[in-house]
Design a protein around this ligand. Structure first.
Ligand code: SF4
Ligand code: MG
Length: 322
């Protein structure tokens, strides 16, 4: 396992951003972590990079428990895990040239001297589809798509084992989203890094992720192989998210029944008792209001969901409430 998160909790004062979350990512595997804004998914990414200290639980990176490592002890491990941010502009130092930005991790970790760094930067820029003359440019001279390519080049130059990508295409124009997603897919296949891909948009990870985990109010409500999540979503929340995602195929679009969720996501300061989703679930019944469902995988098929109906081995259908 490259990443193993066990029962992670992160509270910011009264805000229960992450509230008992476990997940694993294997070698070369891409996990899509999907949830609405406020679900806690970005906080998971920040904990993995130790940009914030977990409240409890544990995080293992490539066999090392990093949950409470000091900054100094964490430093050598920073070679193995890199982050790609949503807004490439705010994450790139405006005073540095592209060459300096992409080469900086090599120099910081003393991987090679300046001459070799220049060669590696040139090769990396080619990999992410940027022309060599970009080396002398500055972030403000680049388009959004070019800046995200620079962000990828910087994240990948140390050949990390794990890349945490937090909404890497959502700040980009729709017209360039697909090309950047294709690039990430190609780079992942070519370099073989594992990836925690965080997104609010299920359709973004359909062709990239091997597995998907769906988050709601700080917890995972369903996870499984991507094809299965799309073909047979079990949790009513996943069913609703999928019903709202665009599909390219007009037949599938026509067959699909739209599930409209009532109300807003409740506050993570005071999550609902019982099933956290019960205030919006079209299938909620008495038990849902009092008892919290555990993640269960009744058929042992690696596709667990946290819903009383699933535990009872029934198939929830949020599009057909009783
Ligand atoms: Fe809906 Fe109840 Fe299942 Fe929660 S446990 S998802 S409220 S049916
Ligand atoms: Mg976020």
């Amino acid at each position: 396992m490259i990443l193993r998160i066990d029962n992670l909790v992160k509270h910011y004062g009264p805000v229960r951003a992450v509230d008992g979350l476990s997940l694993e990512i294997g070698q070369g595997e891409v996990l899509g972590l999907v949830g609405e804004s406020g679900s806690g998914k970005s906080t998971v990414g920040k904990c993995v990079l130790r940009l914030t200290e977990p409240t409890s639980g544990s995080i293992e990176l490539n066999g090392t428990d990093i949950t409470h490592l000091s900054r100094r002890a964490m430093r050598p491990l920073r070679r193995d895990v890199h982050m790609v941010f949503q807004d490439p502009f705010s994450s790139l130092n405006p005073r540095f040239s592209i060459e300096q930005i992409v080469g900086e991790p090599l120099l910081r970790h003393k991987v090679c001297d300046r001459r070799e760094t220049a060669g590696r930067v040139a090769a990396m820029l080619e990999k992410v589809g940027l022309r060599q003359e970009m080396r002398k440019r500055y972030p403000h001279e680049l388009s959004g798509g070019q800046r995200q390519r620079v962000g990828l080049a910087r994240a990948l130059i140390l050949e990390p084992k794990l890349v945490v990508a937090d909404e890497p295409v959502s700040a980009l124009d729709v017209s360039v989203q697909a090309s950047v997603l294709n690039l990430i897919t190609d780079l992942q296949r070519d370099m073989g890094f594992s990836c925690l891909f965080i997104t609010h948009d299920l359709s973004v990870v359909e062709f990239l992720a091997d597995r998907i985990a769906v988050m709601y109010l700080g917890r995972i409500v369903e996870s499984g192989p991507t094809a299965e999540i799309f073909a047979q979503p079990r949790h009513p929340y996943t069913q609703a998210l999928l019903s709202a995602a665009p599909v390219a195929d007009p037949v599938r679009q026509r067959e699909r029944r739209r599930i409209v969720l009532g109300g807003d996501v409740p506050s993570p300061v005071d999550p609902p008792a019982g099933c956290r989703f019960h205030t919006r679930c079209p299938l909620a019944y008495d038990e849902c209001r009092s008892t919290e469902p555990a993640l269960t995988d009744p058929r042992g098929a690696g596709h667990p969901a946290a819903c009383h109906l699933v535990t009872a081995d029934r198939v929830p259908d949020a599009a057909a409430p009783l």
